[in-house]
Design a protein around this ligand. Structure first.
Ligand code: PMP
Length: 404
């Protein structure tokens, strides 16, 4: 950790010192270099959103409901939006009431709130290996004792979760929750099978451990069929985190959670303590998008676009990756997870790709330890031409690394 010369730097909390930006953040920053082809972010393609209608609705909201839109509002979220959220979740089999929903400023804040509410320093959390870098960052910032269960092609391995819970219990440290991204996981794009969902629910029920189901990509299956959420089959044992970031746009910062009933009040108070309320105007605008627009039709077009881009990236990978490189074939979501041949370090590869005009996130960002032969490539934002150029550049640098 470097000192920036300010006398106050020594006074940052132990908690904050743990998540002081690592070098990986510099790579994320490289995505902003003008002209660079970025496979780094999880930023959705927004070009097809109905901007004219959104501008009209925004105007209507300000002229007709300005006093509400620009005012503080209920910490739980606006009823009009919570009603729409209930119908969004029904697509994944969740039967909830508007009163069960707590609106947050994105699911990142939702996870922060859940962790802050449940975790004392040293408490055990089980996460997936690999897992969402931003999620691991939240858990670390509350000084959780993060233990990880591996994923294979079918998602997280339930037997490993069971073993980790049993081991923690043996140490007298009950697990506070299991953090999982079951559909089109970030970063590996694996989807937990139906059998494994049932197994995980059963294991957690047996040990009386809460599941935190983080599901921003659940409605982005290329075949349009949503996976049944674990929350649907075990409403009392699962806390569900939802988001409009990937199915609409992240800029409005609106997400939600549905918790087991006994946690609801404490989470609403927590929301109030952290941010008073999620942005009122943004909630109204999203509610309008959901009620006045064929958003499901739009989502269908987006899924088709992402399917197409993923196929372009797969074809480019076939053309340009040296032998011994492997990757998954997405059937939804935003990411391709690549493993490079032995002897190549993807942190170094990522640095060397920046001057060649392309950036991605190396695997180490998604593990507590390890991941140095993996990389996450996002196909969501780049154009097909950029995908071909960028993958060709990565292939060239990778081949150079292999040649030593
Ligand atoms: N969870 C996962 C798995 C994500 O991939 C992301 C965003 N990349 C988030 C949470 C945060 O989403 P939001 O924009 O709703 O805060």
């Amino acid at each position: 950790m470097t000192h920036d010369g300010s006398g106050f730097f020594d006074r940052i909390s132990a908690r904050t010192a743990e998540n002081y930006p690592s070098d990986i953040h510099k790579l994320f920053a490289s995505a902003g270099i003008p002209g660079i082809i970025s496979f780094a972010g999880g930023a959705p393609h927004l070009g097809e959103l109905p901007f004219d209608e959104l501008a009209e609705w925004a105007g209507d909201i300000l002229t007709g409901q300005g006093g509400l839109a620009l005012q503080y509002s209920a910490a739980q979220g606006l009823p009009v939006l919570r009603e729409s959220i209930v119908s969004v979740m029904r697509m994944e089999g969740i039967e909830a009431e508007p009163d069960d929903v707590v609106v947050t400023a994105g699911s990142q804040l939702g996870l922060d709130l859940v962790t802050k509410t449940l975790v004392d320093p040293g408490d055990v959390i089980i996460a997936e290996a690999p897992s969402y870098a931003g999620g691991l960052g939240v858990l670390a910032s509350y000084q959780a004792d993060i233990r990880t269960a591996n994923c294979d092609a079918d998602g997280v391995i339930p037997a490993e979760v069971d073993e980790l819970i049993t081991a923690a219990e043996g140490e007298g440290k009950p697990v506070k929750f299991v953090y999982t991204i079951p559909s089109f996981q970030n970063p590996s794009n694996t989807t937990l099978t139906e059998e494994r969902r049932a197994e995980l629910v059963e294991i957690c029920r047996r040990h009386d451990v809460l599941i935190v189901e983080d599901n921003p990509y659940g409605l982005l299956s290329f075949d349009g069929v949503a996976n049944r959420a674990m929350k649907a089959d075990n409403p009392d044992g699962v806390l569900y985190l939802g988001s409009f970031s990937k199915i609409f746009g992240p800029g409005l910062r609106v997400g939600w959670m549905v918790a087991p009933r006994e946690l609801q009040d404490v989470l609403v108070v927590g929301n109030e303590i952290t941010m008073l309320n999620a942005p009122t105007f943004n909630q109204l605008l999203i509610a309008r998008y959901l009620s006045d627009f064929d958003w499901q039709g739009k989502l269908g077009q987006m899924r088709e676009l992402y399917r197409h881009k993923s196929r372009c990236m797969l074809e480019s990978l076939e053309r340009h990756m040296p032998p011994g490189t492997t990757w998954n074939e997405p059937d939804g979501g935003f990411y391709i997870w690549v493993t490079v041949p032995e002897g190549v370090n993807t942190d170094q590869l990522a640095y060397d790709c920046v001057p060649r005009g392309v950036t991605f996130v190396p695997g180490t960002a998604f593990y507590r330890a390890g991941g140095d032969r993996q990389m996450r490539l996002s196909y969501c934002l780049a154009t097909p031409d950029q995908i071909e150029t960028g993958i060709a550049a990565i292939g060239t640098v990778l081949t150079e690394h292999l040649a030593g």
